[in-house]
Design a protein around this ligand. Sequence first.
Ligand code: IYR
Length: 224
Amino acid sequence: MKAPESGPEFVPLKFVRRPPDVMLARARAFRDELALRRSVRHFSSEPLPDGILDLCIEAAASAPSGAHQQPWTFVVVRDPALKREVRVAAEAEEFKFYSERITEEWRGALSRLGTTWEKPFLEDAPALIVVFRHAHGVEGERKVTHYYTQESVGIACGFLLAALHHAGLATLTHTPSPMEFLARILGRPAHERAYLLIPVGYPSAGCEVPNLTRKALDEVRLER
Ligand code: IYR
């Protein structure tokens, strides 16, 4: 006879309760810090401190996920030959995008970002983190359904971008489309789908970013 499934095990929550003035100061400091994050498209090749990416990936992997299935893999690409392979494949897709697939409306929307099919940052940045979403799980021969994978991996990527920024690194959220080439080049199994490609490093000397403004609080927040 099959042993009965054991019920959930619970442990005390570790929760840090803070006085309101401390909470406000922390919320303000966190807002101000995240406000300084910008998408960077020009990287120096300066190497990263040892261990920094693993710490940030551990922060990302602490994100909540559907049924706690943690449907993600973070692939760190540092090898110059592999970065080149990713760049060549990404630029092939991006060339088709900018010359054929893009609509005039989309071209207009992108114009102030100054992007083109050329992606030197894929080789210049000392590391690329390619985040894969597990469309389902695999247990032996069995396919395991995963839930809310888009939301889960999106939240983990938010944690990752915040952790990298907090650590003092610049990032870009790059989505060459389609991204199937990443699973092929990086040898990921069929149930892992490339979700986001994140170049990580230091901005190049004299790096510039578009002069963008953000929506004000009263444009994004309602009270009902
Ligand atoms: N993937 C292309 C195009 C692109 C699309 C959007 I939406 C952006 O916010 C930025 C770029 C590229 O990376 O150039």
